[in-house]
Ligand binder design. Structure first.
Ligand SMILES: NC(=O)c1ccc[n+]([C@@H]2O[C@H](COP(=O)([O-])OP(=O)(O)OC[C@H]3O[C@@H](n4cnc5c(N)ncnc54)[C@H](OP(=O)(O)O)[C@@H]3O)[C@@H](O)[C@H]2O)c1
Length: 301
């Protein structure tokens, strides 16, 4: 099997590439950075510039599956210019891939795209599965709606479309968890708001394994890429402190403080989403790290 990955050089992509190569899968990848291009037998980089619609079409040669991860990071301050980049990087990359596939002979059977759980509305009571009504009216959910729309059109090319609505990815190499750990390491950790907001998360090994599983099993449609054990912000903060052998003694941090510090992006810390992993489980996916204890035990060991 040969898989073409966009965003292969990022947090999730790096983990996924390692897993695929270990399993004998050949990897092509598209990068916006010429200095990240490596040309090896089984790992071969190609240049693209989605903002200008530029793509090296040789990247499609012999490819069975595309895994689409590329997009500007959401972990930078959301100025209005940067918000545009967050949206446009995702739409332009989908459009550039679509045009290349439409205009070039290829054997691509499936595209699996990253998507986000931001598409589900905040709720203290709902348990969201893939049939739940998605879409709430805030910046990030609008990004995900437009991003998913840009992927749906690949069906017109007779390509199976799969979207993994991904929760917070826990990794030892970066991402949200490393930011959560910093204040706790300095004895300044505390939960946010009333701490009851639910975080739906996934260990990065499980997420990479889910992409591979989705490719091997030709998954089609939406799948939530979250562990089966969502956790409240307060319990997550306690679990992190326990793993680091640190005490938590500060009161919870009020929302307005985080709004002042982070601007609109503070919403990420207060989002409240209990998301079901049942569809992935019912379709045969097994989590190696289904609980927060197992995940943190592996990451912070
Ligand atoms: N990490 C999470 O917790 C999480 C949760 C839900 C969804 N996701 C989604 O999953 C995808 C991968 O996440 P990640 O954490 O691995 O992201 P990441 O570390 O920020 O990597 C994303 C990659 O996308 C490419 N990229 C960056 N800006 C771009 C732009 N303007 N145009 C085209 N490509 C660009 C870069 O690759 P090159 O430099 O090689 O071009 C970068 O390595 C993202 O779309 C993200 O939104 C992540």
């Amino acid at each position: 099997m040969r898989i073409l990955i966009t965003g292969a050089t990022g947090l999730i992509g790096t983990e996924l590439v390692a897993l695929l190569l270990q399993n004998g899968v050949e990897v092509h990848y598209l990068t916006t950075s010429k200095k990240k291009i490596i040309k090896e037998d089984k790992y071969h980089g190609f240049f693209w510039n989605p903002a200008q619609g530029i793509i090296d079409e040789n990247s499609l040669l012999g490819v069975d599956v595309i895994i689409h991860l590329a997009g500007a990071s959401i972990a930078k301050r959301w100025t209005s210019a940067y918000k545009q980049e967050i949206i446009e990087s995702r739409i332009a990359s989908s459009n550039t891939l679509y045009k290349a596939l439409k205009e070039n002979p290829n054997q691509v059977k499936q595209i699996i795209s990253a998507s986000g759980t931001a598409i589900y509305p905040d709720s203290a009571t709902a348990l969201y599965d893939e049939l739940s009504i998605a879409n709430q009216d805030n910046f990030l959910s609008n990004v995900v709606v437009k991003w998913e729309e840009s992927i749906n059109k690949f069906k017109q090319l007779d390509i199976k479309v799969c979207k993994l609505r991904t929760g917070i990815v826990l990794s030892k190499n970066g991402g949200a968890l490393q930011e959560m750990l910093k204040p706790i390491q300095f004895g300044l950790g505390a939960a946010f708001g009333n701490g009851q907001q639910i975080t739906s998360w996934i260990h990065i090994h499980d997420l990479a394994a889910m992409y591979f599983f989705a490719a091997k099993n030709q998954w089609e449609g939406i799948y939530n890429a979250v562990s089966p054990s969502p956790i409240s912000n307060e319990n997550l903060t306690k679990a992190l402190a326990k793993q680091l052998h640190k005490a938590l003694f500060l009161p919870n941090i009020p929302r307005f403080v985080m709004r002042l510090m982070l601007g609109e992006m503070h919403e990420l810390l207060f989002t409240n989403k209990n998301i079901s992993a049942q569809k992935a489980l019912d379709n045969g996916f097994q989590f190696q790290f289904p609980t927060i204890e197992k995940a943190l035990g592996n990451i912070i060991a």
